[in-house]
Design a protein around this ligand. Sequence first.
Ligand SMILES: *Cc1c(COP(=O)(O)O)cnc(C)c1O
Length: 230
Amino acid sequence: MDERLLADNIAKLLERVRLAAEKSQRAAGDIRVLAVSKTHPAEAIRAAHRHGLDHFGESYLQEALAKIAALAELPVTWHFIGPIQSNKTRSIAEHFAWVHSVDRGRIARRLSDQRPGDLPPLQVCLQVNISGEQSKSGVDPQDLPRLAAEVLELPRLRLRGLMAIPAPTGDPAQQRAAFSRLRGQLAQLSALAPDLDTLSMGMSDDLEAAIAEGATIVRVGSGIFGSRNR
Ligand SMILES: *Cc1c(COP(=O)(O)O)cnc(C)c1O
């Protein structure tokens, strides 16, 4: 991708975030842009970093590990946001600072056990199935308190908050309703863990609704890097 186009996308995106924050009387600085770089090459990440982005999200482990190795000298923070299979937990625990997609105890326990002792605790969000779709990943809201309680006990994980990928809809009211449910889930958990501070919600097409409902991390792929052909 042409670097001027990338720079332009980033400037437009930051302006969208700024405007959405202003509308909700929030500080734009309280909303982190996580650049979702899956399917895009290491060079695109390097270019995005030149234009001010320093948190990157990846969904496919093998692809991510290659880019993390290629960019080892770049001062960026890596977030894993894809579905997690048990046999992938060790590499995730070793190479990422954050994981947004923890949705069961077995995966959480493995990540904690496998987090190297010389690294800080792994920063974790629990993925919640907020739209009730059968096929979607994410913990059922009714099982969330038990999973959160378990994760809070794991020594090498630090529970930060919740993540969701709602069913896509073009209707801003429906977008907000889904994000509002996630916000409500976080509020309920705060009785258990008062220092949860993260709502990872909102993507290229619905980040305004997410920011209006309190998103602290928006995960943006196509809005930065253009469309993915996969
Ligand atoms: C791909 C992906 C995104 C980014 O989606 P865009 O619509 O390209 O912004 C965000 N979150 C997750 C979990 C993803 O897999």
